[in-house]
Design a protein around this ligand. Structure first.
Ligand SMILES: Nc1ncnc2c1ncn2[C@@H]1O[C@H](COP(=O)(O)OP(=O)(O)OP(=O)(O)O)[C@@H](O)[C@H]1O
Ligand SMILES: [Mg+2]
Length: 289
């Protein structure tokens, strides 16, 4: 036995960070659930109950409870430090909560699944800064994103080329980059890069998209183009959008869409944008500042 092996033998047993039982007993890290495998029979795609996260005794999330319906586009607003990004970290498995429930559909306990498994089970996350392959053409960015979705390889194989091409073209049109397909992603404007990254997430057919301040740094025109894109996606996947830009929030939530206001790690108010704007607690903690 080499010294290297002896070292491995001496290590204590490793506790797996994911639990196969959450993936209906047939899953492991390589398992990719079919879209229908997320049990949304109760109409809920995402459910958080009493989620608490502490950093050195400070509660970034404090008994946070909220749920999102299938197909819903939910806007989340709230002051800096309210815990909005931390909530997305918990949903995507980047941060483990100290306490509370986090479920995708009825059966996937996200607190017990690893980050890559959560991503492959159907949660796509868009960070604030666009992350595209700058030195590759736009269409190739979409192709690369699709290849990380093993479903394409599992189900299509022989038809991959034609089907993949059709899907890339469809997505290019959706994100309005059909006339920029052969340009290098690095040459795109900020707003175009943001749309490309959303396109890359869509290639992986997410059930739920999380977008953290997607309109930050955009011009007014780019912001409204993004709102239009997200409104087009409405119904085809569920979305949670964290944003400070109230015009953007208004364009997404309309007259009847539900808006969640977070403050100090909890939900402060929930309702239509008009109703939360009139809420005294919201005015005091956020809008009135
Ligand atoms: N890894 C960490 N370690 C220590 N404290 C953290 C960590 N991540 C977040 N926090 C703290 O938790 C609180 C919530 O932060 P979070 O980033 O979730 O807020 P936010 O609502 O996204 O704010 P913003 O609107 O500024 O993006 C903040 O006080 C922040 O400083
Ligand atoms: Mg944040």
């Amino acid at each position: 036995m080499t010294a290297h092996n002896a070292l491995i033998v001496d290590l204590p047993p490793i506790t797996p960070v994911y639990d196969d039982s959450n993936l209906n007993g047939v899953a492991g890290l390589g398992h990719v659930p079919a879209p229908g495998e997320i049990d949304v029979s109760h109409g809920t795609i995402l459910y958080l109950e009493d989620v608490t996260v502490s950093f050195d005794g400070f509660r970034a999330l404090n008994k946070l409870t909220l749920s999102i319906d299938v197909g819903e586009l939910r806007c989340v607003i709230g002051p800096n430090g309210a815990g909005k990004t931390t909530m997305m970290d918990v949903i995507t498995g980047k941060t483990r909560p100290d306490d509370g429930k986090v479920f995708l559909g009825q059966t996937f306990d996200l607190t017990r699944m690893s980050e890559p498994v959560i991503a492959r089970t159907g949660i796509g996350r868009k960070f604030q800064k666009p992350t595209v392959f700058e030195n590759h053409p736009v269409w190739e960015n979409l192709e690369l994103a699709m290849k990380t979705d093993k479903r394409w390889f599992a189900s299509l194989r022989a038809r991959l080329d034609r089907a993949a091409q059709a899907r890339i073209e469809e997505t290019l049109e959706l994100i309005r980059l059909q006339h920029h397909a052969t340009r290098l992603a690095g040459e795109l404007s900020h707003g175009q890069k943001q749309r490309l990254e959303i396109g890359m997430l869509l290639m992986q057919q997410p059930a739920l998209l999380l977008l953290d301040e997607p309109a930050a740094g955009m011009t007014d025109h780019e912001t409204m183009e993004l709102a239009e894109l997200l409104n087009t996606l409405r119904g085809s996947c569920s979305m949670m959008v964290v944003e400070h830009d109230m015009e953007f929030v208004a364009a997404l939530s309309g007259d009847s869409g539900k808006v969640t206001v977070m403050a100090e790690g909890s939900v402060l108010a929930e309702g239509t944008l008009d109703s939360v704007k009139r809420d005294d607690a919201v005015v005091e903690s956020y809008l009135g500042r």
